[in-house]
Design a protein around this ligand. Structure first.
Ligand code: 173
Length: 500
């Protein structure tokens, strides 16, 4: 016997106003009237689907359980009889038609030979909205570009005649085996770019012994990702700390119970940076809706995807909170988003197990320095205090890595491993799981060649003497232009004129 209420499409459609708003998600009907003002993404976007099926819009930017955990059970009204729901007729835009053509005409995967290639493909095969969200960085995107350029101010000092028949680039990261000195860094909202979202990363990582850092704001739910992983697969968790610490405590302890191996707390995002490509896209995309709502709801229509869903992040997070994190978990704690030697020292003294020298892919404080440049400041400062090297404190770098040679530079300068975010994201947006596997293969090929040419047979043989980083902190040196990068990089554009 079942007492589940079955509703029809026309019944749901009668509740299509701000004062009485029902929506359908995954075949279930929800009364979201009271939730409207609380929706982190604003009311306008929900009202666009009032009385209708919102699944397609909901799916890419919410974990499947978001609605059930946020809405009291009495607002779960029942299921809808699918045969009675008016099919949402999707107007196929010119953009969408063009996109489908590009998907058909993707370069065969075996013609992809470097990580830049994925970015070029992704830009064409994902929606403009997804591209704007993923590729954007804050303000003038100076740091985004500097992250890449910094690697080109470090030059190799290769050693010769060392019998490099066998080279081995495997390592351990926070005690976990890794086939590469690279981990997949957290990126949010994977389903904006591919229907399987972050699961593409999980499956590829397990096939190749690579560690994935799972994002708090992944499109797939945490448990979906963990269920897709093998029992012996190492995963890390990236954490945005909630204003409600109870939510964070439960989340962290659940992750630990499910076997996550380390907790990376993001410390560089008390507020999200203004990512202008993303903001302009939102402005254009939701303009019609936002106009109706203006002045009624106080919705900021120009926030962009990320900002719209980030209001839960606690800006009051401080050094005083670190003991609390240590009290709720035994996982190693790593602070992600350190940009100075001063904070690296504080982190060490706070007793955490590592730091990520990162500017969040250029998406937070613009003109913050690259992680690589921060590394050459941090290592001597820690060493001077006897804090480096320390097997219980690992230093990571992320941002701008596109080549194994970049990774080797960071390792020679003292990093334990390097985080790679967007390139893996673009790999799965373009080719799904296979794309990620190919990206890993490209890294392998590049490690083999570069380690041979550098004269380093193992990761331990990468020493500071193998690089000349003397120009790293000088921001005015000229280097040859990186054409692959520049040709892919999409310059910021100005405000659009209104169509007459
Ligand atoms: O960089 C990001 O876009 C990010 O970290 C984020 C934060 C909040 C919501 C979505 C993404």
């Amino acid at each position: 016997m079942s007492d589940i209420r079955v509703l029809t499409g026309p019944e749901v459609a009668q509740h299509a106003s701000k004062d009485d708003c029902w929506i359908i998600v995954h075949g279930k009907v929800y009364d979201v009237t009271d939730f409207l003002p609380e929706h982190p993404g604003g009311q306008a976007i929900i009202l666009k689907y009032a009385g209708k099926d919102a699944t397609a819009a909901y799916e890419p930017i919410h974990p499947p359980d978001a609605i059930t955990t946020n809405l009291p059970v009495e607002k779960h009204l029942g299921v809808v009889d699918a045969s009675t729901v008016a099919k949402v007729v999707k107007v196929v835009t010119e953009e969408e038609k063009q996109r489908q053509k590009y998907i058909e005409a993707r370069p065969p995967l075996d013609t992809i030979i470097n990580l830049h290639d994925f970015e070029n493909v992704a830009r064409k095969v994902i929606s403009e909205k997804a591209w704007a969200y993923y590729s954007s960085a804050s303000d003038d995107e100076i740091t985004l570009r500097e992250n890449r350029m910094a690697y080109q101010r470090v030059w190799f000092r290769p050693r010769i005649l060392r019998d490099v028949t066998n080279v081995d680039w495997s390592t351990t990261i926070l005690g976990q085996k890794s086939s590469l000195p690279v981990y997949i860094s957290a990126t949010a909202l994977g389903k904006l770019g591919h229907p399987e979202g972050e699961l593409c990363l999980t499956r590829a990582a397990q096939n190749h012994g690579v560690i994935q850092m799972v994002a708090t704001l992944a499109s797939c739910s945490f448990d979906e990702i963990l269920d897709a992983a093998k029992p012996d697969q190492s995963l890390f968790l990236q954490l945005y700390v909630n204003r409600d610490r109870e939510i964070t405590r439960k989340y962290v302890q659940h992750a630990e119970a499910r076997g996550v191996k380390a907790l990376f707390i993001t410390v560089d995002a008390p507020q999200l940076g203004r990512r202008e490509k993303d903001m302009r896209m939102k402005f254009v995309g939701e303009e019609g809706v936002a106009k109706v709502q203006d002045g009624q709801s106080g919705i900021k229509k120009d926030e962009g995807v990320a900002r719209a869903i980030s209001s839960f992040i606690d800006p009051s997070l401080s050094w005083k909170d670190i003991p609390w994190f240590k009290s709720i978990t035994k996982m190693p704690i790593i602070l992600k988003g350190i940009s100075t030697a001063e904070d690296a020292i504080l982190a060490y003294e706070a007793g955490v197990q590592g730091i990520v020298l990162s500017n969040h892919g250029g998406r937070q404080l613009d003109t913050a320095r690259s992680g690589l440049e921060v590394l050459v400041e941090v290592v001597p400062a820690l060493r001077a205090r006897g804090y480096f090297p320390d097997p219980n404190f690992e230093i990571f770098v992320d941002g701008g890595v596109r080549r194994a040679s970049d990774v080797l530079k960071a390792l020679a300068l003292g990093a334990k491993a390097v985080g790679v975010g967007r390139p893996f994201l673009y790999a799965f947006c373009s080719y799904g799981q296979e794309g990620v596997e190919k990206a890993i293969q490209i890294f392998r090929d590049e490690f083999e060649m570069n380690m041979r040419l550098l004269g380093a047979r193992t990761i331990d043989e990468l020493v500071p003497e193998m690089v000349d980083a003397s120009a790293l902190s000088s921001h005015v040196v000229l280097t040859p232009q990186d054409n692959l990068f520049h040709n892919t990089y999409q310059p910021l554009s100005g405000a659009k004129f209104q169509e007459s």
